[in-house]
Design a protein around this ligand. Structure first.
Ligand code: HEM
Length: 126
């Protein structure tokens, strides 16, 4: 079900999120700073990230049903997330939001939330 008044609903549901995910993982897969910590096959990573973003922006909570509480910082602890990698990830996401043609004010609202979340994921100094 799509709740009214959510970012998920405002941007148009699954279709724009799928575009963001396709573009995000294309960029991650080409980013020399990120490649070392991601699996070779990004399909499963993209699938989980898609479910997470749907939920994060107010869509159906399929991520939680499948994976339990996100505990994102804890799930990232096994990877070295340096400030440099955080910036690289956010750069990929910034391009993805542009390429998916997410309109303002949603594009900035989404990006700002992700900047905060990404900052929280940093667990290693350069
Ligand atoms: C700060 C830079 C970040 C780096 C370098 C990073 C890296 C990774 C890596 C290496 C994985 C494991 C491979 C995979 O299963 O995809 C992962 C998983 C994941 N990341 Fe990130 N990530 C970052 C930020 C974020 C942010 C901001 C979010 C949320 C908006 C996020 C959400 C997820 C989710 C949902 C998973 C799958 C967790 C699960 O196993 O259910 N990540 N990330």
């Amino acid at each position: 079900m799509t709740k009214p008044g959510t970012i998920f609903e405002a941007i148009g549901g699954y279709e724009p999120i799928d575009k963001i995910i396709d573009s995000l993982y294309k960029h991650i897969g080409n980013n020399p700073k990120l490649i070392p910590i991601f699996p070779d096959d990004l399909a499963e990573s993209a699938r989980k990230q898609r479910l997470f973003l749907v939920q994060f922006f107010g869509g159906p909570s399929i991520y939680n049903e499948e994976r339990g509480h996100p505990m994102l910082r804890r799930r990232h602890m096994e990877f070295e997330v340096t400030p440099e990698r955080k910036d690289a990830w956010l750069e990929c996401m910034h391009k993805a939001l542009e390429e998916a043609e997410i309109e303002e004010p949603y594009r900035s609202a989404i990006f700002e939330r992700l900047v905060m979340t990404a900052q929280h994921m940093v667990n290693t100094r350069e």
